[in-house]
Ligand binder design. Sequence first.
Ligand SMILES: Cc1cc2nc3c(=O)[nH]c(=O)nc-3n(C[C@H](O)[C@H](O)[C@H](O)COP(=O)(O)O)c2cc1C
Length: 216
Amino acid sequence: MQKLSSAQLLESLEWRYATKKFDPSKKIDVSTWNTLEKVLMLTPSSYGLQPWKFIIVESKELKEKLQTASWNQAQVTDCSHHVVFVIKEKMDEEHITKFIEQTAKIRGQDVSTLEGYKKMMIGDLVKGPRSEVISEWAARQAYIALGNFMTAAATLGVDTCPFEGIEPQKYDDILGLTGTGWKTVCACPAGYRAVDDKYAEALKVRFDAKDLIIHK
Ligand SMILES: Cc1cc2nc3c(=O)[nH]c(=O)nc-3n(C[C@H](O)[C@H](O)[C@H](O)COP(=O)(O)O)c2cc1C
């Protein structure tokens, strides 16, 4: 694996900012976008269960509808690709079985060797106390994907803006998710900053390292 230098990594992370104004004329090219889809898919999740879907919205009509459910934030319509992070509302045996079968297929194992792992996951997430708070669990996984996506995008020179300023129920209605067992948690427009987005030059506001990083 080729490593980025520390300077390159930090340069990307300093360059990234929550983009307020995208240039609507700039599209992310197919190859770069395919890489970013892979990034989403490579995000780690608890047990590896991937309780998510990533809905990629490029349609102008759909973006306009979603903007009305996003505090009218213009990034939705001006971006190149609007990513909606969707989670499974409840974990069920069907999803876990699908994951076990996929694991067995990819790793050339017999499903019977994964029976204990399957039972453990079902006991924890489907039948255990955590099943009561499973959508918060799933939302946490989705936020890992969001972070992964933004960092990777920045290293490729793609701008993003994490979005919680949305009405998830309206997103679900617009995207046809209501009643399917899947729901929206957050979103992230991606594209290229407008040259006159003044926020690009704003200094980053972070607490001092001594308040955030504790060495023991
Ligand atoms: C989970 C999350 C939700 C956010 N929601 C919005 C949003 O709806 N609209 C927006 O313009 N910025 C949003 N932000 C951007 C933050 O305000 C921004 O990341 C923060 O001020 C730090 O600035 P920086 O990202 O430019 O370094 C959100 C950030 C996070 C992490």
